[in-house]
Write a protein of this length. Structure first.
Length: 87
């Protein structure tokens, strides 16, 4: 938990996921599968650049908004769980 708290800001997509899953190698593999990194590299795709420029809060709210098909303004962020919940 504390390891991920220092990677909350913009530009820390890989570092935050690495702290969450316990390995940079695993994080890179996941981001490549999601299309956020080009295969076989740590270079961000355009979608990866977009996600990387979001904070952890913005990414959580974006995920929840897409999942629920509701506007982002309908959610608030809980940093303890890294989840966005409905207001």
């Amino acid at each position: 938990m504390m390891a991920t708290m220092k990677h909350m800001g913009r530009g820390s997509l890989i570092d935050r996921l690495a702290a969450q899953v316990g390995s940079r190698e695993m994080a890179v593999g996941l981001l490549q599968q999601r299309g956020h990194l080009y295969p076989g590299s740590e270079r961000l795709t355009p979608e990866g650049q977009k996600r990387n420029m979001m904070t952890a809060e913005e990414r959580a709210i974006d995920r929840a908004s897409k999942r629920a098909n509701k506007p982002e303004s309908a959610f608030k962020y809980d940093p303890k769980t890294n989840r966005a919940i409905r207001k």
